[in-house]
Design a protein around this ligand. Sequence first.
Ligand SMILES: NC(=O)C1=CN([C@@H]2O[C@H](COP(=O)(O)OP(=O)(O)OC[C@H]3O[C@@H](n4cnc5c(N)ncnc54)[C@H](O)[C@@H]3O)[C@@H](O)[C@H]2O)C=CC1
Ligand SMILES: CC(=O)C(=O)O
Ligand SMILES: [K+]
Ligand SMILES: [Mn+2]
Length: 351
Amino acid sequence: MDSLKIAVLPGDGVGEDIVPDVLPVLDRLAEIHGSVKFDWRRYDWNCRYYLEHGEMMPADGLDQLSDHDAIFLGAVGDPARVPDHISLWGLLIKIRREFEQVLNIRPAKSLKGIRSPLQDGNSFDFVVVRENSEGEYSQIGGRLGTGADEIAVQNAVFTRKAIERAVRYAYQLAASRAKKVTAATKSNGIIHTMPFWDEISQQVAQEDESITFDLQHIDALAANFITKPHTYDVVVASNLFGDILTDMGAAMMGSIGVAPAANLNVNGKWPSMFEPVHGSAPDIVGKGIANPMGQLWTAKMMLEHLGYEDMGEHLLGAIEAVLADGVKTPDIGGTATTGEVIAAVNAEIGS
Ligand SMILES: NC(=O)C1=CN([C@@H]2O[C@H](COP(=O)(O)OP(=O)(O)OC[C@H]3O[C@@H](n4cnc5c(N)ncnc54)[C@H](O)[C@@H]3O)[C@@H](O)[C@H]2O)C=CC1
Ligand SMILES: CC(=O)C(=O)O
Ligand SMILES: [K+]
Ligand SMILES: [Mn+2]
């Protein structure tokens, strides 16, 4: 039997409320399928660790993580105690960068049992491919001066290699879906990087004419998400645009608590990392009402990535059945607790 060595990082906030309780569901799924078992290795690296040690993870933290089949993470951030740029860049973004998890794949679709805030919210199904290694999230820049003359400069970095990689991945994905790729741009306002993005994505688009390709300015695209969400299949976007569009996708589904994500390493050198779209939700932490669906659906993406598609489908089926049954946390209109939703998914999985 295969054994999968998975690094488990609950992280902060609701990550700690959800992640540990999701693992037994996956163990049960593995037991039923009989072809694999999980070897969970927990790492409690988070803002508490930072306050004790002055860093978000040990100096050899990445070394320790490198030796796993995947990383299963909750969320990072405790903004009342540690500035976000320190906590996120010290753990989450550090792992994404150092492990070359260059793509962040974030599906969104209408789900039975959840009411979308959209008027036309019952028939959308799209995936955002977010460039995850560069773009607007760069460490290049700085601050200068004081008082009224104080300034800050932040440089965005775009490379041909990363743009081609993201658009090609979007194309591959679209080929197995509705054969449509939309690239998010803003070349009418950002005059160096975004025309570069447009040019390269159009070049990649020319390689495969079986896919419909469209460039849309991010402002119009955001509006279209609201008014005609069913017109999207695969959306490819820079790091910042993809970050924003995927919180929108989550909201369109009914709550950020249900949205999953995969940070993919595509060169096979390091593990990929699976974490839901949401953050640590400090406003609801410890109340037992955090929605675990996003973390569960994220687990489905991890299983799929590791080659256990059947287990992933089984899990997603159970998630959808529980939603349709109305076992829901308050963010999606229910009264169930985190634990009750997880128990319902566990029961739905069968034995
Ligand atoms: N990938 C990550 O680890 C991310 C971390 N963060 C960090 O998380 C902290 C909070 O950030 P926010 O901007 O407030 O975003 P957030 O995603 O944590 O919360 C936004 C809103 O969604 C709700 N929410 C989030 N997850 C939920 C769940 N599972 N069930 C029900 N409701 C849920 C929260 O209660 C809040 O009202 C910050 O430190 C931020 O930097 C934010 C986004 C992503
Ligand atoms: C940090 C953040 O907001 C994200 O990765 O989605
Ligand atoms: K997260
Ligand atoms: Mn985000």
